[in-house]
Design a protein around this ligand. Structure first.
Ligand SMILES: NC(=O)c1ccc[n+]([C@@H]2O[C@H](COP(=O)([O-])OP(=O)(O)OC[C@H]3O[C@@H](n4cnc5c(N)ncnc54)[C@H](O)[C@@H]3O)[C@@H](O)[C@H]2O)c1
Length: 290
């Protein structure tokens, strides 16, 4: 099958490309390397270093004539989206609308989309989250990823484009960038291997669903032939706390370490401890002595 993967030089997209190549498909990648890396693109795939908004992208559709398009290119950082609402909407909303439109105009059979189960639902009413849960994002990123989904569904209704929307929970695994806006697993793994301390914000007991990137790639292989017209959550269906992640990682790395807990009170109260442990002990002994 001829498959065009956008964002195939990124963390998740590169695993999807690898899985498609392993199944014997003919894979082309579109990626502007905004956050992706050339070295991530598996051997055997053809990389076009272009932007999804560019005229080049349409030329690639016309020449390669993909049967399936798998759309992973995105501005994928919640934090960056908070600082630039328009750029985020242009890439994730407008960019996805364009890709869906190109699929229709160039006769692609199906569009597979990387939705965001971690952000489109907002603060969940109950766990695990069902696909029928109300959609009320609480970030610019979550909103723009939802706009992308809605354009795809629109092209389904208007033009009969087949699609599968896969809403991933929080992905982790090889090639996740620990220096960027990465998830906690990549950040902690990098720090533990470097012998650096890890900081946990809050009490570390908040639960989130973490999904291994290889399982995501497999869902993208299955979606080539199944799940037409469906929107599906892709997660393990259970929550893991940051404390559990830290403990599991330090065992896997094989070192003794304790996490630091982040300075919540500093944010809320402008408070921080000023007396060192030794100084406090000295003051205590002095007072008992008196
Ligand atoms: N990481 C997660 O936990 C997670 C969860 C749910 C959904 N997603 C979605 O999965 C997809 C991949 O995310 P990721 O974590 O691998 O991030 P990533 O930043 O590694 O991948 C995004 C890729 O898109 C490319 N790109 C960005 N803008 C582009 C443009 N205008 N034209 C061409 N290429 C462009 C980047 O260079 C990068 O290679 C995104 O759509 C993201 O929204 C990620």
């Amino acid at each position: 099958m001829r498959i065009l993967v956008t964002g195939g030089a990124g963390f998740i997209g590169s695993h999807v490309v690898e899985a498609y190549l392993a199944e014997g498909h003919d894979v082309h990648v579109i990626d502007n390397l905004a956050t992706g890396r050339r070295a991530n693109v598996p051997e055997g795939a053809v990389l076009h270093e272009v932007d999804i908004h560019s005229a080049e992208t349409e030329r690639i559709f016309a020449e390669f004539r993909p049967e399936v398009v798998n759309h992973h290119a995105a501005q994928a950082s919640v934090k960056v989206s908070a600082g630039d609402i328009v750029h985020d909407l242009e890439v994730n909303g407008g960019g996805t609308a364009r890709i869906a439109d190109l699929c229709v105009r160039h006769g692609a059979r199906k569009l597979i989309y990387s939705g965001s189960g971690g952000t489109v639902y907002g603060n969940p009413d109950a766990l695990p989250i069902a696909e029928t849960h109300p959609l009320r994002p609480v970030s610019n990123y979550g909103m723009s990823k939802l706009v992308g989904e809605m354009y795809i569904a629109l092209k389904g209704r208007m033009d009969g484009l087949d699609f599968t929307i896969l809403r991933y929970s929080n992905a982790f695994g090889p090639r996740q960038d620990p220096h960027g806006e990465a998830g906690v697993v990549a950040i902690f793994t990098g720090r533990l291997l470097a012998g650096e301390p890890c900081t946990i914000d809050g009490d570390g007991e908040q639960l989130k669903d973490y999904i291994y990137v290889g399982d995501i790639a497999r869902a993208n292989v299955l979606a080539l032939t199944k799940g037409g017209g469906r929107t599906l959550n892709i997660g393990v269906g259970e929550g893991t706390s940051v404390n559990t992640i830290f403990r599991t990682l330090k065992d896997a790395v094989g070192i003794e370490a304790e996490p630091r807990f982040g300075p919540l009170a500093r944010e809320a109260l402008g408070w921080r401890a000023e007396v060192s442990f030794e100084d406090g002990i000295r003051r205590t002994v002095d007072s008992f002595r008196r």
